[in-house]
Design a protein around this ligand. Sequence first.
Ligand code: DGL
Length: 280
Amino acid sequence: MKSLEKIISTDPRPIGVFDSGIGGLTVLKAFISLYPHESYVYIGDTARLPYGTKSPETIIRYSCMLAETLCQMDIKAMVVACNTASTHALKKVEAQIAPLPVMGMIDPAVETARSVTKNKHIAVIGTRGTIQSDIYAKNLRAQDPDLRISSKACQLLVAYAEDGLIDGPLVSSILDHYLDEIFSKPDAPDTLILGCTHFPLFEPLLRQKLGSRVALVNTGLATAKSLARYQVFRPAPLTQTGVIKFFATDGPEYFAKNAERFFGQKLGQDQVEFLDIKVK
Ligand code: DGL
């Protein structure tokens, strides 16, 4: 197969991406790094975040609304760029927008972790909703019943990342608080799934703490890499760079101001539009 970077679509319609807010920009960043010629439309549901503490039923309602809104924008594929929404709502969204392809965060990360681990012990961190659902552990064990899984909900890390607290002593101690019980044992995991959009921001500190013996799985990147299996992507040379549109359901100014941490690029205030979505 040609390298993924060269697989470019002949269909000029954008890929729709949604998340509970700003965190999904880490996922969009991963997609753009591999597919810079694609166009994207991103909706951050900032009016209703966080999703990580809400019930599955609520997440399904919100996600289906966002999926419907994206479909009205004439997209060719969709990315559920939120681990919590992927956990609870991916199947519903898939059924809702079929035959449009939908990618969620869970299975590509499961596949990556399973192929990376050598000691067959994998750790997963995520929001309360993602971890309580046990989706990662179930899907990993479905692939390989011999895998050992250690999971931990790290809800506070979402707020830390939102507030720009991604290094320093405070962040170091909260990471210790969450991870010591898993990683201080002699048979500790050799792979850690960062099962939340916000957690790639802690990668530098996690690498410092865990060292090179633990592989970190970025769920956005794993999903972007898995995308080549979809028919909408074909090796055809387009020369232009894709167009990206950003929408936020509340506080587009806040979204633009804080985007850089998650996206790696500055966004101007005029680049993020307010989108009023009413949830039924
Ligand atoms: N986007 C969410 C996730 O990846 C984290 C933020 C939230 O709780 O809304 O699970």
